[in-house]
Design a protein around this ligand. Structure first.
Ligand code: ZN
Length: 224
């Protein structure tokens, strides 16, 4: 046991799926170890054959399901028509995700490679998220598994070792990176890390529709 990491927490999040052949394997690994996670679902993936069944399986196995935009290609704060983007990227998929809603509806914005800047939200998007009582889940560990399918484990462990509670963004996408998930979980188990299902307040800029602090660094202020 490492004294440095005693009391450390990790919350696992899997973005951009579901992906048949990948999400299934991730769910198997999590089930074997009793580890909770949140799956942030993309609409175009949900509608692929087998997609919805995978999200149902994740939900039935105790994982949380969140909204991760319809097409994962349009930043809300960079849209030419912010209102139209809210409808097409958030509202349309929200209706399709209703069966997975729990007491706290979760949203994670598309951030184009993980860059948290003023393209993340528009004022129109914030109005929608407030009106529909979403909780927005950001992150503090982005080990870039899609770029480095082997090396992400070391990057993530570096984050885990330097902060008390890491919200790690991984991707149940066909990059090969999830083959390393068992090794990552072995390392976390060796460190006696607590695997959490919730999130630190510092990663939740909006809770149940209420902005917790200023969002100007994440929002295009000129948007109507
Ligand atoms: Zn994403």
């Amino acid at each position: 046991m490492s004294a440095e990491t005693a009391g450390t927490k990790v919350t696992l999040t899997f973005d951009n799926g579901p992906t048949p052949g990948v999400t299934d394997a991730v769910l198997d690994v999590l089930a074997e170890r009793g580890v909770p996670a949140t799956f942030f679902v993309v609409g175009t993936q949900l509608r692929k054959p087998g997609g919805r069944e995978l999200v149902r399986r994740a939900r039935s196995e105790g994982h949380r399901i969140g909204h991760h935009t319809n097409t994962h290609s349009l930043q809300l704060g960079a849209a030419a028509d912010p209102e139209a983007a809210v409808q097409s990227e958030i509202a349309d998929l929200a209706a399709e995700l209703e069966e997975f809603d729990d007491a706290e509806k979760l949203f994670r914005p598309y951030a184009a490679g993980g860059v948290l800047d003023q393209r993340v939200f528009s004022r129109a998007a914030l109005r929608y998220l407030e009106a529909h009582a979403y909780t927005c889940v950001l992150w503090n560990s982005l080990p870039r598994d899609w770029e480095d399918p082997l090396g992400w484990v070391a990057a993530a462990l570096g984050d885990v070792d330097r902060q008390p509670w890491s919200v790690v963004v991984l991707h149940d996408a066909p990059t090969g990176a999830m083959a390393q998930l068992p090794r990552f979980l072995d390392e976390l188990a060796d460190r006696r890390v607590e695997m959490a299902a919730d999130y630190p307040a510092s990663c939740l800029p909006i809770r149940a529709g209420h902005a917790v602090g200023p969002l100007s660094h994440l929002t295009r202020e000129t948007a109507p």
